[in-house]
Design a protein around this ligand. Sequence first.
Ligand code: ADP
Ligand SMILES: Cc1ncc(COP(=O)(O)OP(=O)(O)O)c(N)n1
Length: 270
Amino acid sequence: MMNQYPQALTIAGSDSDGSAGMQADLHTFQALKVHGASVITACVAGNSYGIHDSVTMPLSFINQEFKDLADDYQIRAAKTGMLGDSDLINTVVDNYQQYDFGPLVVDPVIITKHGAMLLEQSAFDTLKTKLIPLATVITPNFYEAQKLADMEINNDHDMLTAAEKLRNMGARNVMVKGRHDSDDQEEVKDLVLLENGDTFWLTGKYFGTDRKNGTGDTLSAGIAAELAKGNSVTEAIKVAKAYVDRAIQNEILVGHKFGPINHWATEDID
Ligand SMILES: Nc1ncnc2c1ncn2[C@@H]1O[C@H](COP(=O)(O)OP(=O)(O)O)[C@@H](O)[C@H]1O
Ligand SMILES: Cc1ncc(COP(=O)(O)OP(=O)(O)O)c(N)n1
């Protein structure tokens, strides 16, 4: 009998150095034993020193990618990553509403941890009003949560308020990722607000390294992979978080500066 693997979809940008974007998503799908399909929205040219150029895909091409997958594959969950501008978001939303690709994890990619803008400011409203209401889970980082909730986050209570604001925009479950920008900190704390109003915190040891590109993409792809297997949102988030933790804490030497996390970490340790 042929092996069967659940199928998941990443709707994201390509990152040429393989550290983030769609490449990180596909590494994650592979490691978590899910077949990864992709709708490519944009391409960025870059390496471990930074991003140097980007282009977006023609909207007609994106429509065709969706159609071809819907015609043939059985996608059980999807995630969005870099969407670039308002037209792209609208195209993704229209296609997602037309086809059945299962639960949707929205990683509201706005800016990389090294400061490259990956979403036009003029698209923030479209993101909030069109895409967020489709999210089964949304995974903003600290900066994105502040931008989307239009508030400053200074403490745990603020994180919860921001999560509630995002849920009021229509996201069913929200994971607000905590700060990790100071070598003085000992832990990182992410907050999860579930559809039923329950909350829990995920804490992990802060790991000081330059080799941590793609953490957010990996986390959201991990959640999508586990949802494609039929796991609950809570289980999916916990598995994805554990995967990212291992990938950060077992550095690999790829690139000369800000390198990728380690997608072999679970294999190497087990
Ligand atoms: N240096 C670090 N040490 C430990 N955990 C980290 C570190 N950096 C990020 N994480 C974790 O990685 C996950 C992805 O978050 P984050 O890096 O904030 O996303 P993004 O790439 O979207 O900015 C979160 O669970 C976060 O807590
Ligand atoms: C094409 C592309 N998409 C997304 C990112 C950002 O990746 P993310 O994992 O959200 O953030 P970093 O950890 O890389 O900052 C990217 N760089 N390229």
